[in-house]
Ligand binder design. Structure first.
Ligand code: 6PG
Length: 258
């Protein structure tokens, strides 16, 4: 929930391309820091359309700028739809098309949610993979260096949708969550993982998100209806990168520093 005692940065950018460039720079800065400190950068990517520009920016840096140290970077996903990787709705498939297919990252560094196993088994398998990859026991939570998140028009994030069972999960790291009127089952990281991160970075763009963004950032605490509101890292940083169109309803002074 929004803890007034602990404000967090909301950076407002002119447009989606500016968000992507700023997110790229944040990614690179945190990667260099984590690799310098621990020899490895653990990052969870978000799905949907907003991160596509970021994926293109990262691929472009790798091609034309100083190569990114992908051998020391491990990519995970915050959630996945119940589809195969080559389905247009696949979050992994989107990242593969725009980023993975254009960089030299070791296969073992790419931790795909294997939705083809079926939601329940895929969630259990991904939880095992998280524990194995982070080298943690059954009673520990992985601490990601960076988790990228988006926000749906209904206030969901990852696949934590309003009024769904996953919102109340406090033990497991990854669950299958039945969502929407079609009752599809998605696989999602839970709040313990999101709120255990060193940094959570929300990327939000578009006028159609403006009212929900105001409710989440400046309204009453209603996490059951506004799941993104309950993402508050316990000790890590929370950053919101939004564009001017999404920020139109915010009272907070917009800093179009970009
Ligand atoms: C997903 C994402 C989801 C997404 C929001 C925003 O699987 O769809 O994890 O949480 O981030 O729905 O999506 P857009 O960026 O497409 O608006």
């Amino acid at each position: 929930m929004n803890d007034p005692s602990r404000p967090f940065p909301i950076r407002v950018f002119p447009g989606p391309a500016d968000i992507a460039r700023a997110a790229r720079d944040e990614f690179l800065r945190r990667a260099a820091d984590a690799i310098g400190r621990n020899g490895r950068f653990n990052v969870a990517l978000s799905g949907g359309s907003t991160p596509k520009r970021l994926f293109r920016e990262l691929a472009e840096v790798d091609r034309s700028g100083e190569p990114i140290r992908w051998r020391s970077i491990h990519l995970f996903w915050g959630d996945e739809r119940p589809v195969l990787p080559d389905h247009p709705d696949s979050n992994f498939g989107t990242a593969r098309e725009l980023l993975l297919s254009r960089i030299a990252i070791p296969a073992e560094n790419v931790h795909r949610i294997r939705a083809e196993l079926g939601p329940g088994e895929a969630a259990a398998a991904y939880e095992r993979e998280l524990r194995d990859s982070f080298g943690i026991g059954a009673d520990e939570t992985p601490r990601f260096d960076l988790i990228l998140l988006g926000m749906g028009k209904d206030g969901h994030t990852a696949s934590l949708f309003p009024g769904t069972g996953a919102l109340r999960e406090t033990g497991r790291l990854v669950v299958a969550n039945r969502v929407g009127s079609h009752r599809t089952v998605r696989i999602t990281m839970t709040y313990p993982v999101l709120n255990g991160a060193d940094c959570v970075l929300f990327l939000v763009a578009g006028a159609d998100k403006a009212e929900r963004l105001r409710e989440i950032l400046e309204g009453d605490a209603r996490p059951e209806e506004l799941p993104a509101q309950a993402v508050r890292p316990a000790t890590g940083e929370l950053l919101w990168f939004v564009d001017a169109a999404a920020a139109t309803r915010l009272q907070a002074q917009a800093d179009l520093s970009g």
